[in-house]
Design a protein around this ligand. Structure first.
Ligand code: ZN
Length: 244
Protein backbone atom coordinates (compact mmCIF):
# COMPACT_ATOMS: atom_id res chain seq x y z
CA UNK A 1 0.00 0.00 0.00
CA UNK A 2 1.31 3.44 -0.89
CA UNK A 3 1.77 6.12 1.74
CA UNK A 4 -1.09 8.22 0.36
CA UNK A 5 -3.63 5.39 0.62
CA UNK A 6 -2.75 4.26 4.14
CA UNK A 7 -5.36 5.17 6.74
CA UNK A 8 -3.57 6.27 9.88
CA UNK A 9 -4.97 7.07 13.34
CA UNK A 10 -2.77 8.91 15.84
CA UNK A 11 -3.95 8.16 19.38
CA UNK A 12 -2.80 10.41 22.20
CA UNK A 13 -3.75 10.35 25.86
CA UNK A 14 -3.83 14.17 25.74
CA UNK A 15 -3.70 14.84 29.48
CA UNK A 16 -0.30 16.47 30.01
CA UNK A 17 -1.27 19.15 27.48
CA UNK A 18 -4.27 20.04 29.66
CA UNK A 19 -2.56 19.93 33.05
CA UNK A 20 1.12 20.90 32.60
CA UNK A 21 1.89 24.39 31.27
CA UNK A 22 5.39 23.38 30.11
CA UNK A 23 3.84 20.73 27.87
CA UNK A 24 1.12 23.03 26.55
CA UNK A 25 3.87 25.47 25.58
CA UNK A 26 5.60 22.88 23.38
CA UNK A 27 2.43 21.16 22.09
CA UNK A 28 -0.42 23.74 22.26
CA UNK A 29 -2.72 21.58 20.15
CA UNK A 30 -1.57 18.30 21.65
CA UNK A 31 1.19 15.84 20.78
CA UNK A 32 -1.20 14.08 18.39
CA UNK A 33 -1.54 17.10 16.10
CA UNK A 34 2.24 17.49 15.77
CA UNK A 35 2.73 13.76 15.16
CA UNK A 36 -0.05 13.92 12.54
CA UNK A 37 1.58 16.95 10.88
CA UNK A 38 4.84 15.03 10.63
CA UNK A 39 3.07 12.21 8.81
CA UNK A 40 1.30 14.62 6.47
CA UNK A 41 4.67 16.19 5.65
CA UNK A 42 5.76 12.71 4.55
CA UNK A 43 2.84 12.29 2.15
CA UNK A 44 0.23 10.65 4.33
CA UNK A 45 -3.12 12.15 3.35
CA UNK A 46 -5.48 10.05 5.47
CA UNK A 47 -4.44 10.85 9.03
CA UNK A 48 -6.92 11.23 11.86
CA UNK A 49 -6.42 11.73 15.56
CA UNK A 50 -8.14 10.37 18.67
CA UNK A 51 -7.66 11.01 22.38
CA UNK A 52 -8.45 9.38 25.70
CA UNK A 53 -11.27 11.79 26.52
CA UNK A 54 -13.15 11.15 23.26
CA UNK A 55 -16.12 8.76 23.55
CA UNK A 56 -14.68 5.20 23.57
CA UNK A 57 -11.29 6.98 23.52
CA UNK A 58 -11.97 7.77 19.86
CA UNK A 59 -11.30 4.12 19.02
CA UNK A 60 -14.73 2.82 18.08
CA UNK A 61 -15.16 -0.37 16.07
CA UNK A 62 -15.81 1.82 13.03
CA UNK A 63 -12.65 3.91 13.47
CA UNK A 64 -10.48 0.83 13.99
CA UNK A 65 -12.05 -0.91 11.01
CA UNK A 66 -10.93 2.06 8.90
CA UNK A 67 -7.42 2.19 10.42
CA UNK A 68 -4.47 0.50 8.73
CA UNK A 69 -1.89 1.73 11.23
CA UNK A 70 -2.51 3.07 14.75
CA UNK A 71 0.03 5.19 16.64
CA UNK A 72 -0.08 5.24 20.46
CA UNK A 73 1.24 7.89 22.87
CA UNK A 74 0.24 7.63 26.55
CA UNK A 75 1.83 8.26 29.93
CA UNK A 76 -0.07 9.46 32.99
CA UNK A 77 -3.41 7.74 32.44
CA UNK A 78 -2.64 4.24 31.11
CA UNK A 79 -5.00 2.86 33.76
CA UNK A 80 -7.94 4.88 32.43
CA UNK A 81 -7.91 3.16 29.05
CA UNK A 82 -10.91 0.84 29.10
CA UNK A 83 -10.08 -2.85 28.88
CA UNK A 84 -12.77 -3.31 26.22
CA UNK A 85 -10.98 -0.80 23.97
CA UNK A 86 -7.62 -2.49 24.61
CA UNK A 87 -9.19 -5.80 23.61
CA UNK A 88 -10.61 -4.20 20.46
CA UNK A 89 -7.19 -2.82 19.45
CA UNK A 90 -5.54 -6.15 20.27
CA UNK A 91 -7.95 -8.02 18.00
CA UNK A 92 -7.33 -5.56 15.16
CA UNK A 93 -3.55 -6.05 15.49
CA UNK A 94 -4.04 -9.83 15.40
CA UNK A 95 -6.13 -9.22 12.28
CA UNK A 96 -3.37 -7.24 10.54
CA UNK A 97 -3.56 -3.61 11.70
CA UNK A 98 -0.13 -2.07 12.32
CA UNK A 99 0.69 -0.51 15.70
CA UNK A 100 3.41 2.08 16.35
CA UNK A 101 4.00 2.59 20.07
CA UNK A 102 5.78 5.79 21.05
CA UNK A 103 7.94 6.64 24.09
CA UNK A 104 6.03 6.18 27.39
CA UNK A 105 3.52 4.03 25.52
CA UNK A 106 5.89 1.23 26.61
CA UNK A 107 3.71 0.99 29.75
CA UNK A 108 0.38 1.08 27.94
CA UNK A 109 -2.04 -1.79 28.44
CA UNK A 110 -2.01 -2.62 24.73
CA UNK A 111 1.80 -2.80 24.47
CA UNK A 112 2.12 -4.92 27.61
CA UNK A 113 -0.65 -7.20 26.34
CA UNK A 114 1.11 -7.66 23.01
CA UNK A 115 4.54 -8.20 24.57
CA UNK A 116 3.50 -10.37 27.52
CA UNK A 117 6.25 -8.92 29.72
CA UNK A 118 6.45 -6.04 32.23
CA UNK A 119 7.96 -3.62 29.63
CA UNK A 120 9.73 -1.90 32.54
CA UNK A 121 12.93 0.13 32.16
CA UNK A 122 15.24 2.67 33.84
CA UNK A 123 14.58 6.40 33.34
CA UNK A 124 15.98 9.81 34.21
CA UNK A 125 14.56 13.21 33.40
CA UNK A 126 17.15 15.97 33.12
CA UNK A 127 17.10 19.13 31.00
CA UNK A 128 20.71 18.76 29.92
CA UNK A 129 20.66 15.15 28.75
CA UNK A 130 21.07 14.37 25.07
CA UNK A 131 20.35 11.18 23.13
CA UNK A 132 22.15 9.64 20.19
CA UNK A 133 20.21 7.01 18.26
CA UNK A 134 22.42 4.75 16.16
CA UNK A 135 21.04 2.94 13.13
CA UNK A 136 22.00 -0.70 13.70
CA UNK A 137 20.07 -2.14 10.71
CA UNK A 138 20.94 0.13 7.77
CA UNK A 139 19.16 -2.15 5.26
CA UNK A 140 15.87 -2.10 7.19
CA UNK A 141 12.99 -0.12 5.60
CA UNK A 142 12.58 1.93 8.79
CA UNK A 143 16.16 3.21 8.30
CA UNK A 144 15.37 4.54 4.81
CA UNK A 145 16.85 7.99 4.32
CA UNK A 146 18.32 8.20 7.81
CA UNK A 147 21.84 9.38 8.61
CA UNK A 148 24.18 7.02 10.47
CA UNK A 149 22.84 8.37 13.75
CA UNK A 150 20.28 10.90 15.01
CA UNK A 151 21.20 13.40 17.70
CA UNK A 152 18.51 14.85 19.94
CA UNK A 153 19.79 17.71 22.09
CA UNK A 154 17.26 17.18 24.88
CA UNK A 155 15.50 13.96 25.78
CA UNK A 156 14.54 11.89 28.76
CA UNK A 157 16.79 8.86 29.32
CA UNK A 158 15.44 5.33 29.10
CA UNK A 159 17.97 2.63 30.00
CA UNK A 160 18.36 -1.14 29.76
CA UNK A 161 17.28 -3.50 30.81
CA UNK A 162 14.06 -2.93 28.83
CA UNK A 163 11.86 -5.90 29.75
CA UNK A 164 10.52 -6.84 26.32
CA UNK A 165 10.65 -10.06 24.30
CA UNK A 166 13.72 -10.04 22.05
CA UNK A 167 12.65 -7.96 19.02
CA UNK A 168 12.28 -9.75 15.68
CA UNK A 169 14.30 -6.87 14.25
CA UNK A 170 16.24 -4.12 16.01
CA UNK A 171 16.69 -0.93 13.99
CA UNK A 172 17.91 1.71 16.45
CA UNK A 173 19.97 1.69 19.64
CA UNK A 174 20.25 4.79 21.84
CA UNK A 175 23.18 6.07 23.84
CA UNK A 176 22.74 8.58 26.66
CA UNK A 177 25.05 10.99 28.42
CA UNK A 178 24.82 8.99 31.64
CA UNK A 179 26.32 5.97 29.84
CA UNK A 180 23.07 4.03 29.50
CA UNK A 181 22.02 2.32 26.28
CA UNK A 182 18.54 1.35 25.09
CA UNK A 183 16.86 -0.62 22.28
CA UNK A 184 15.03 2.34 20.74
CA UNK A 185 13.57 1.01 17.51
CA UNK A 186 12.12 -2.48 17.85
CA UNK A 187 9.97 -4.58 15.49
CA UNK A 188 7.72 -7.54 16.19
CA UNK A 189 5.04 -9.52 14.39
CA UNK A 190 1.94 -10.45 16.39
CA UNK A 191 -0.71 -12.51 14.63
CA UNK A 192 -0.99 -10.94 11.18
CA UNK A 193 -0.06 -7.52 12.57
CA UNK A 194 3.20 -5.67 12.94
CA UNK A 195 4.30 -3.70 16.00
CA UNK A 196 7.01 -1.02 16.00
CA UNK A 197 8.22 0.61 19.22
CA UNK A 198 10.06 3.94 18.92
CA UNK A 199 11.56 5.44 22.07
CA UNK A 200 11.98 9.25 21.83
CA UNK A 201 9.14 11.67 22.53
CA UNK A 202 9.13 12.99 26.09
CA UNK A 203 6.30 15.50 26.39
CA UNK A 204 8.35 18.49 27.58
CA UNK A 205 10.76 18.39 24.61
CA UNK A 206 10.02 19.32 20.96
CA UNK A 207 11.02 15.84 19.75
CA UNK A 208 8.06 15.35 17.39
CA UNK A 209 9.08 18.45 15.42
CA UNK A 210 12.49 16.91 14.65
CA UNK A 211 12.91 16.06 10.96
CA UNK A 212 14.68 12.73 11.53
CA UNK A 213 12.26 11.63 14.24
CA UNK A 214 9.44 12.37 11.80
CA UNK A 215 11.20 10.30 9.16
CA UNK A 216 11.51 7.31 11.50
CA UNK A 217 7.81 7.52 12.42
CA UNK A 218 6.77 7.86 8.77
CA UNK A 219 8.96 4.87 7.85
CA UNK A 220 7.62 2.94 10.85
CA UNK A 221 4.02 3.49 9.77
CA UNK A 222 4.86 2.31 6.26
CA UNK A 223 6.62 -0.79 7.61
CA UNK A 224 3.73 -1.60 9.97
CA UNK A 225 1.11 -1.38 7.21
CA UNK A 226 -1.02 -4.48 6.70
CA UNK A 227 0.30 -6.97 4.14
CA UNK A 228 -3.22 -8.34 3.62
CA UNK A 229 -2.35 -12.03 3.76
CA UNK A 230 -5.31 -14.37 4.08
CA UNK A 231 -6.35 -15.18 7.64
CA UNK A 232 -5.03 -18.66 8.46
CA UNK A 233 -7.55 -21.34 9.35
CA UNK A 234 -6.88 -23.49 12.41
CA UNK A 235 -8.03 -26.82 13.69
CA UNK A 236 -8.84 -30.18 12.21
CA UNK A 237 -7.74 -30.52 8.58
CA UNK A 238 -9.87 -32.21 5.91
CA UNK A 239 -9.48 -36.00 6.08
CA UNK A 240 -6.92 -37.46 3.62
CA UNK A 241 -9.48 -39.83 2.11
CA UNK A 242 -11.58 -36.86 0.89
CA UNK A 243 -8.63 -35.65 -1.23
CA UNK A 244 -9.18 -38.34 -3.93
ZN1 ZN B 1 8.75 10.71 29.10
Amino acid sequence: MGTETLRVTVWNEGRHEKTHAEVTKVYPNGLHSVIAEGLQAHGYTQVRTATLDDPEHGLTEAVLAETDVLLWWGHMAHGEVQDAVVERVYRRVMDGMGLVVLHSGHFSKIFKRLMGTSCDLKWREHDQENERLWVVAPAHPIAAGLPEYIDLAHEEMYGEHFDIPTPDELVLVSWFKGGEVFRSGCCWQRGRGRVFYFRPGHETFPTYYDAQVRRVIANGVKWAAPVNAAAPTYGNRIPLESLD
